[in-house]
Design a protein around this ligand. Structure first.
Ligand code: COI
Length: 357
């Protein structure tokens, strides 16, 4: 698809942040965005890169009423040799369409997703931060913009991608987070939308997240929606528990997100000397194993979260600590290996990197 590049008037160019330690996560946006529209009877059309700007949308649009929305998250990295790398963007393109299929949105050709993002990142590469732990976060999104109140799939969509120079997702940086196991609210149920990256899943997680924050926890760990017994995922990441050389994580059962970083951890593990088992994890067994010292470490994985150490877990008022508040050795190894591949410090033996330009 031909992508037109609109000019960027000098007055629309923003000042870049100078101190990269102050980036935070997702508060600053670059000068341009990618836009492609889909119209019934016409399909995908009018692909363009234009100055970043607010949308003017009819208040009746489907997205505002029935949450027909999906999104993705991936990152661009500037390597020491000046090249710009994306990490496994084809995985995001595929998952984007899987999410869209679940809520009746049109499939976007994977090459439009990837080529559009590459072209946008190439134009905006001056925004990619280079301090350790920073990157350019890419947020592809699709929203339903037909202004009609009937509950049915929209006949008009915007696909767009915006870019945000970011530091660590958690304010404290690469430090252990504390997690509350949520035993009242649920995130997803079998047959629901848990596997889709759709905004509604995150809206429905906010209340539990706020209640956990009030109790002093960074995030909640969701249990399955049927029995509230099996580990699923954490607010913004998948989760792994290490039993020495064996690492366990919840299986892709249809209600958890199929994380790109999760998959990368599973594929990297044997090369680092670990065995990964995707299995149902009963929270009661898990707590007993932490108590008994069998679980040596826990960490989350996600594009935004990268590899995040888990230092504390609370379930039904019992608080158990892991690795004494330090970053565990296994967690550190996965963090170093993954970020090493992403930033070109380590060889890309899996062919995960795609260059821009
Ligand atoms: C990501 O890791 O890219 C995500 O989409 C999680 C998000 C809710 C920050």
């Amino acid at each position: 698809m031909d992508i037109k590049v609109h000019s960027l008037p000098a007055e629309k160019m923003k000042e870049k942040i100078k101190d990269e330690s102050q980036l935070g996560f997702g508060r600053i946006f670059t000068d341009r965005m990618l836009m492609v529209e889909w119209k019934a009877g016409q399909g995908w059309c009018d692909a363009r890169i234009e100055p970043y700007a607010p949308f003017v949308l009819d208040p009746a649009c489907t997205v505002f009423h029935y949450a027909q929305e999906i999104f993705e998250g991936l990152k661009a990295y500037k390597w020491a040799d000046g090249r710009v790398a994306l990490f496994r963007p084809e995985m995001n393109a595929r998952r984007f369409n899987q999410s869209g299929d679940r809520i009746c949105m049109p499939a976007l050709p994977e090459e439009t997703f990837i080529d559009g993002i590459k072209k946008l990142v190439e134009l905006e590469k001056g925004w990619i931060p280079t301090a350790p732990g920073t990157s350019l976060y890419i947020r592809p999104t699709m929203i339903a913009v037909e202004p009609v109140l009937g509950v049915h799939p929209s006949n008009h969509y915007y696909f767009y991608a915006i870019l945000s120079p970011v530091g660590a997702y958690y304010a404290a940086g690469f430090k252990p987070v504390s997690i509350l196991v949520e035993d009242h609210y649920v995130r997803a149920v079998p047959g629901g939308t848990g596997e889709a990256k759709t905004g509604g899943n995150y809206a429905s997680s906010l209340k539990a997240g706020m209640e956990a924050k009030k109790k002093g926890y960074d995030q909640v760990l969701w249990l399955d929606g049927r029995e509230r017994r099996y580990i699923e995922e954490v607010g913004a990441m998948n989760i792994f528990f290490a039993y020495g050389k064996k690492i366990v994580t919840a299986p892709l059962n249809g209600s958890i997100l199929s994380g790109v970083t999760r998959d990368s951890v599973i594929r990297l593990a044997p090369t680092l000397g670990y065995e990964v088992e995707e299995c149902q994890i009963d929270v009661n067994d898990l707590m007993a194993d932490i108590r008994a010292g069998k679980v040596t470490e826990a960490f989350g994985s996600g594009t935004a979260a990268v590899i995040t150490p888990v230092g504390k877990l609370c379930y039904k008022d019992e608080v158990l600590s892991l690795t004494g508040g330090q970053v565990g050795e296994i967690t550190q190894k996965f963090y170093d290996t993954l970020t090493g591949i992403q930033t070109g410090r380590l060889p890309d033996e899996f062919g995960w990197v795609q260059f821009v330009g």
